[in-house]
Design a protein around this ligand. Structure first.
Ligand SMILES: Nc1ncnc2c1ncn2[C@@H]1O[C@H](COP(=O)(O)OP(=O)(O)O)[C@@H](O)[C@H]1O
Ligand SMILES: [Mg+2]
Length: 310
C-alpha cells in the first residue's frame, strides 16, 4: 500500500518538490497531445461536504480551459450550489428555470473566466430526483445538444451517499474523490466509494485536500487504501494529488475568483494545475462515450439515487 503512494503526483513534468515552493505551472496548451480532443466527463465527489469539491471543480475547469479544452462546468450540488460564486459569475437562470420552461437551456449557460461555461443548477429543495420522467427526458435531450460544443464536462456534485451525487458520479467516466484529514471525511469518502462500486464503478482518483503536511496526507491515503484493499478488493483507488491548506484559497473565495486566477503562482494553483494535466492524460475507456453517454446514463438511472445503502 505504501509504495502505491505517488510522490510525483504533483506534477506532470517530474518535479516532485513541495508544491508550495514551486512556481506556477505553465498555462500553454500542450502541443501534439493525442488526447487533446478526447471527450471526457469528470465528476468531483466526496462523502462529506465542505471538503473543497467546488474549489477544485472551478479551478480544474480553468486549468483544462487553459489547456485548450472546451469546458462545461455543471453545478450539480443541488442543495448548496455555489460554483457561480467561486467563478465570479453572475447567473440569471438555472436548470430550475429551464425545467419551468421560463428560459431555454442556452439562456441558462453562463460564460466564465478563460472561456469556461457554467450550467447552474437549482438551489433549495429542487432536484432532478423530483422531476417527472417527461421533463427529465426533455431536459437531457436539450442537454445532449450541448455535447458538440464541449469536449470536457466537470460535474461538481453534492455531498452524501443519499444525494444524486451518486447518480452523477456513477454516470461519469472519471470520478475524483475529494477527502480531507478529517476522520469523518475519510469514513464518508470510503462510504461513497463503496456505494459507487455497487453501481459498477471500480476505478477512482483520490485527491487529498486541506492537508497541513505531506505526512498527514500520506496517512489519509494509507487509511483509505487499506480500507479499500481489505473490503473492496476489486476497486482501484488511485491517489492523484495533494492540495495543502492555504489561506490563498480563502482569499480567492472571498474575492469570488478562482485561485488559478487570483494566485496563479501559489502552491495550490500549481497542485491543481498538475492534477488537471494528469487527469486529461488519463485515457478514457473504449466503452465510455463522452458526454453523450454520460447524459444517457443519467436519463436511464433510477432517480431515487443509490439502490443500496452502505
Ligand atoms: N486547500 C484549501 N485551503 C484552505 N481552505 C480551503 C481549501 N479548500 C477549500 N477550502 C475552504 O473550504 C471551503 C469549502 O470548500 P468547498 O469547495 O465549497 O467545499 P465543498 O464543495 O466540498 O462543499 C471553501 O470555501 C474554502 O474556504
Ligand atoms: Mg460545493
Amino acid at each position: 500500500v505504501q509504495t502505491f503512494f505517488p510522490r510525483l503526483v504533483f506534477s506532470a513534468d517530474g518535479d516532485d518538490r513541495d508544491p508550495r515552493t514551486r512556481g506556477a505551472a505553465s498555462s500553454r496548451p500542450e502541443a501534439g497531445d493525442a488526447l487533446q480532443h478526447a471527450q471526457r466527463v469528470i465528476a468531483v465527489a466526496s462523502g462529506k461536504g465542505g471538503v473543497g469539491k467546488t474549489v477544485l471543480s472551478a479551478n480544474l475547469g480553468l486549468r483544462l480551459a487553459q489547456l485548450g479544452r472546451r469546458v462545461l462546468l455543471i453545478d450539480a450540488d443541488l442543495a448548496l450550489a455555489n460554483l457561480d460564486l467561486m467563478l465570479g459569475i453572475n447567473v440569471t437562470y438555472s436548470v430550475r428555470e429551464v425545467l419551468e420552461q421560463r428560459c431555454s437551456l442556452e439562456d441558462a449557460l453562463a460564460p466564465g473566466p478563460h472561456g469556461v461555461t457554467l450550467l447552474p443548477a437549482c438551489s433549495g429543495d429542487e432536484s432532478f430526483a423530483n422531476m417527472d420522467n417527461l421533463s427529465r427526458i426533455a431536459l437531457f435531450e436539450a442537454i445532449e445538444t450541448l455535447s458538440r460544443r464541449f469536449d470536457t464536462l466537470i460535474v461538481d456534485t453534492g455531498a452524501g451517499i443519499g444525494s444524486n451525487a451518486v447518480s452523477f458520479a456513477a454516470a461519469a467516466e472519471q470520478v475524483l474523490i475529494v477527502v480531507t484529514p478529517d476522520p469523518a471525511s475519510i469514513a464518508d469518502a470510503y462510504a461513497m466509494v463503496k456505494v459507487l462500486s455497487r453501481r459498477g464503478r471500480l476505478r477512482f482518483n483520490l485527491v487529498v485536500n486541506l492537508a497541513t503536511n505531506t505526512a498527514e496526507a500520506e496517512r489519509v491515503v494509507d487509511r483509505l487504501l487499506t480500507l479499500v484493499d481489505q473490503f473492496l478488493p476489486s476497486v482501484a483507488l488511485v491517489p492523484v494529488g495533494i492540495i495543502y491548506r492555504d489561506e490563498v484559497v480563502l482569499r480567492a473565495v472571498r474575492s469570488c475568483e478562482p485561485v488559478l486566477q487570483s494566485f496563479p503562482r501559489s502552491g495550490v494553483a500549481s497542485a491543481i494545475s498538475a492534477l488537471g494535466d494528469r487527469l486529461i492524460r488519463e485515457p478514457v475507456g473504449e466503452d465510455t462515450g463522452g458526454p453523450n453517454v454520460f447524459w444517457r446514463r443519467l436519463i436511464g438511472l433510477d432517480a431515487a439515487g443509490p439502490e443500496e445503502g452502505c
